[in-house]
Structure formats: structure tokens, C-alpha cells
Unconditional design. Structure first.
Ligand code: SAM
Length: 322
């Protein structure tokens, strides 16, 4: 096979690896507990979920009454192969609607087959999206930007899992800065791990087999992203440090009128100007307390630097209360 083609295949395999992370019920329940009041009388759509194996589907069926849901729609994507030599019978994409009547029983006879592949961007899936109030899932990481853009386009409420890196995507950061989207409660080690298929190669220390024999990887680099309100995000970060008298601890940037702060808990409570903080700040960010100004770059369009050296990526913020 030509080298280029091999590379392409390898890249595709790498990309698809994290697309095959399946979410554990415990991690879903751990996060969803903070949003219960949003679901009363609502239609939930899980648009990247096979109800035969999705714990998002399981969670909403199990909690259908408790949450007071109106309807749960779950849509399963099936990649359509055009390979002439593929002998597998092509599986069909479908969706399944649950209204709390049949005791959670998943009856194959009630599957509605899509004409297409059930891609979340397909007109058929978008029609279902339009009916939904809240979208909750773990979408394919490789399509994360597009996925969020579509939710914003259709003005949907959502709670989804993504990679922590997504914060640094220009499009996603812009939404966070504009206070249209924010981080959920759990992130990193707060999401205990994902179920992976049998063909997934387990390596490293962050892997295990659970009591039920499921293969689990814990990448510790994921987060929940949402536009559903929680009271937690309006809690102030407790600030105990002063700038006055400790100026040397907070060096100024070469290319921006602001000071560098290495840890969120070290943000001084008495500094009125711009401050560069690590991206993990966003996990504690309260929009009533701070304003996000910009990401990473100084006035010259280059990464923020101190005496010519760049600390890790910084988010520039300002205290709203002083
Ligand atoms: C990271 S996995 C998560 C699966 C499930 N949501 C869960 O959390 O267990 C992403 C899923 O998205 C599906 N998928 C991939 N591309 C898709 C697309 N274009 N449209 C809809 N679903 C897609 C994959 O088949 C895979 O099941």
C-alpha cells in the first residue's frame, strides 16, 4: 500500500479510537445529579447513541419518571461502507423513541430506520434535533467543533462530554468567553473512565477490567460542556492572596498589560487589571466574579511572554468586583 494511504489509515484509526469511548453509567449519574431541575417535561435527544449499548439511554430510561421527562429519543449512527469487498451485511442506522410507557423495554420492532446513515448532521437527525429540548451525549471527539456548532445553530440546551483540549479550540473558547457555554461539574479524574471495545488495545496504567468484565480506559482528559445553569457555577472562587506587597510573585507580560498568575487559588483579590491564569481556571470560573478577556495571545498576536519566555497557555481575566 502506498505510504500516503497507510498514513491516512493510521491517522483515521487514531482519530476513531477516542470516538469509540463509551460512557459509564456511574459517570453519567455523577454529572446529571446537578441538572435535575432542567428536565421536567422535556424531550431529550441522544444523537450519537445506540440504545442497545448506550448508558445515556439507560440513564434516561431508569430516571425517566424521576426527572419528569416527556420523551427520550435515541439515534444510532451506522457508518455506511462503500467497499465492494465488504461481506458484512450493512447495518442500518435507526432511532428509537421512549415515552416512559413500556417499562424501559427496548423492542427492536419499534426501531425506526433512517434512510441515511444517521449522522448527527443528516437532515433526518436534524429533524429529531428540532423536536428536542436538551441534547445529552458523548459525541465523536473528532467532530466536536461541528457538533457544538450545530447545537448552537439550532439553539439547543446540551450537556456533552468532550476532550479538555476543546477549551482551546478557537470556536469553543469564543462561546465560553461570551458566556454561552461553560464547563460542567466533573472533569479530568472526575470522569472515571470509558468502556472500550474488545479490539481496543489496552496499554499503560490507566486501564482496567471492571467487575462485569468490561474494558475501561481512564484518559483523565475529558470534561463536560454545557449551557445548562447550575448554582455551582455562581459560587465565588475564594481569594486569599494580595497583590500589594507581593508584586514580584506576579510578573508582568512583555506583550500585554497584565500580570501572570500560576495557580487559580493564587489570584490576588486586590488586583483590578488584567491577569493571565491557567486554563484550569475555567473549571472554577464564576461569570459574576470574573470576566474573560482573551486567550493566550498578547497585543502582538504572539503567545503571552515574560522576559521572552512563554508560560503555559493563559487565559486573560479581570475581576468584575473591583
Ligand atoms: C465517543 S462514542 C460515545 C458513544 C455513546 N454516546 C456513549 O457515550 O457511550 C461516539 C459515538 O458516536 C458515533 N458517531 C460517530 N460519528 C457519528 C456521526 N457522524 N453522527 C452520529 N454519531 C456518530 C459512534 O458510532 C460512537 O458510538
Amino acid at each position: 500500500m502506498a505510504r500516503n494511504a497507510t498514513n491516512k489509515l493510521l491517522q483515521k484509526a487514531k482519530k476513531l479510537k477516542s470516538d469509540e469511548f463509551y460512557t459509564q453509567l456511574s459517570d453519567i449519574a455523577n454529572e446529571l445529579q446537578y441538572y435535575k431541575e432542567h428536565f421536567q417535561g422535556k424531550v431529550v435527544y441522544c444523537n450519537c447513541d445506540d440504545p442497545k449499548n448506550s448508558n445515556f439511554f439507560n440513564y434516561f430510561v431508569l430516571n425517566f419518571k424521576k426527572l419528569g421527562l416527556k420523551k427520550l429519543i435515541t439515534a444510532c449512527y451506522k457508518e455506511q461502507t462503500n467497499d465492494l469487498f465488504d461481506t458484512k451485511e450493512t447495518e442500518h442506522a435507526f432511532f428509537y423513541e421512549y415515552s416512559g410507557t413500556e417499562n424501559g423495554y427496548l423492542n427492536q420492532a419499534d426501531f425506526v430506520y433512517f434512510k441515511g446513515d444517521g449522522d448527527f448532521r443528516s437532515p433526518e437527525s436534524i429533524e429529531l434535533l428540532k423536536q428536542a429540548d436538551i441534547v445529552v451525549t458523548n459525541p465523536p471527539f473528532s467532530l466536536f467543533r461541528e457538533y457544538v456548532a450545530q447545537l448552537m445553530k439550532y439553539g439547543k440546551k446540551f450537556l456533552i462530554i468532550g476532550n479538555i483540549n476543546a477549551i482551546t479550540y478557537k470556536e469553543i473558547f469564543k462561546l465560553i468567553k461570551e458566556n454561552k457555554v461553560w464547563l460542567g461539574i466533573n472533569l479530568g479524574r472526575g470522569i472515571s473512565g470509558f468502556i472500550v471495545p474488545d479490539h481496543y488495545e489496552l496499554y499503560g496504567t490507566e486501564t482496567r477490567i471492571d467487575d462485569a468484565g468490561k474494558r475501561i480506559v481512564s484518559p483523565n482528559n475529558c470534561l463536560w460542556l454545557t449551557n445548562l445553569e447550575t448554582s455551582q457555577r455562581h459560587e465565588d472562587i475564594v481569594l486569599t492572596k494580595t497583590y500589594a506587597g507581593n508584586e514580584t510573585e506576579y510578573p508582568r507580560y512583555d506583550n500585554y498589560d497584565g500580570i501572570n498568575v500560576n495557580k487559580t487559588q493564587d489570584i490576588p483579590y486586590d488586583y483590578a487589571g488584567y491577569m493571565g491564569v491557567p486554563i484550569t481556571f475555567l473549571h472554577k470560573f464564576n461569570p459574576d466574579q470574573f470576566e474573560i478577556i482573551r486567550f493566550r495571545k498578547g497585543n502582538d498576536g504572539k503567545d503571552l511572554s515574560i522576559n521572552g519566555k512563554c508560560p503555559y497557555f493563559r487565559i486573560l481575566i479581570k475581576n468584575k468586583r473591583i
